[in-house]
Ligand binder design. Structure first.
Ligand code: NAD
Ligand code: FES
Length: 272
């Protein structure tokens, strides 16, 4: 059993939870994810590891309560237990000394981008972070991001904090002015697709973190397949990070829209 040791409501549908998971906390690397099951009958929920504290033996997750299981998870309190927390899964981010790098986190994607920024900074890179949300109330972890960045830029769709507009506006502006060695983007699929569109003319290597629907998380079910260049890849074992210039975002978005419909039906069933 895995005990919830800390909880925060981050705004809107977004929740932060720290869970005691000693082994996982020791092994977790930036970019990896875990799968949670709340109880024996529970659905598997894949979530990126947003932070890990090997000394305390805890890991942190940030999730949106947008499906049957995540809505239920949001009702759990400090002291409650989860029956399974499996991980770390997937391949770690390619952390090395690149030089000047840009980290882009959109909405709930701010959480998974944090450990990547932290690892890149620790590796000696100059980290320029750009985070964005619909409005000021939905922004979170500005302080944490500032602590692991050389520069922090903020965008909100409505202009209630920082630049009024999308994170891609700031990305475009910086790419025009500075020599950037690599970019990481995590957030809604359309944001990652547009980040890649911005960096392509500059030939900047761009990593994106794909989070299609996952079932087993072990490369067996094929549920998380995506097209990367000429190859079909499984996000759970080949990713979740891929070369954004090769990802077929349109296909991935089509699959995700179809599965969202099924998720909505699941939610209706749960509320009935
Ligand atoms: P959101 O819709 O509020 O968007 C967040 C930010 O992304 C916006 O403020 C904007 O700056 C940018 N953005 C949005 N649309 C854009 C566009 N058309 N062009 C350029 N930039 C754009 O985000 P949300 O509601 O928090 O949703 C987050 C999404 O991130 C979810 O769909 C979730 O599945 C996904 N996610 C992905 C990962 C991952 O590992 N890839 C992890 C967590 C969440
Ligand atoms: Fe089943 Fe990736 S989740 S193959």
């Amino acid at each position: 059993m895995y005990t919830i040791v800390d909880y925060k409501h981050l705004g809107g549908l977004t929740h932060e939870m720290s869970i005691e998971a000693k082994q996982l906390a020791r092994k977790a690397q930036a970019g990896q994810f875990l799968i949670i099951r709340m109880n024996d009958e529970g659905e598997r929920i894949p979530l990126t590891i947003a932070d890990a504290d090997p000394d305390k033996g805890t890991i942190t997750i940030v999730f949106q309560a947008i499906g049957r299981s995540t809505e239920e998870l949001a009702t759990y309190k400090v002291g409650d237990t989860l029956s399974d927390v499996v991980g770390p899964l997937g391949r770690a981010s390619e952390i090395e000394k690149y030089g000047k790098v840009i980290i882009v986190g959109g909405g709930v994607g701010i959480a998974p981008i944090y450990p990547i920024a932290k690892a890149l900074k620790a590796a000696g890179n100059h980290v320029i972070s750009i985070i964005g949300a619909k409005n000021k109330d939905l922004l979170f972890w500005e302080d944490r991001m500032a602590a692991v960045s050389n520069e922090l830029h903020i965008a909100t769709d409505d202009g209630s904090c920082g630049h009024k507009g999308f994170v891609t506006d700031i990305l475009d502006d910086i790419c025009q002015k500075e020599e950037i060695a690599a970019v990481w983007a995590v957030g809604p699929m359309i944001m990652m697709k547009n980040c890649v569109r911005v960096t392509k003319p500059y030939g900047i290597k761009t990593f994106v973190s794909m989070n299609p629907v996952m079932i087993d998380g072990t490369g067996m079910c094929g549920g998380c397949r995506i097209q990367v260049g000429d190859e079909t890849k499984f996000a759970c074992v080949d990713g979740p990070e891929f070369d954004g210039h090769l990802v077929d975002f349109d296909l991935a978005m089509k699959r995700s829209a179809y599965l969202k419909d099924m998720e909505a039906k699941g939610r209706e069933y749960y509320h009935d």
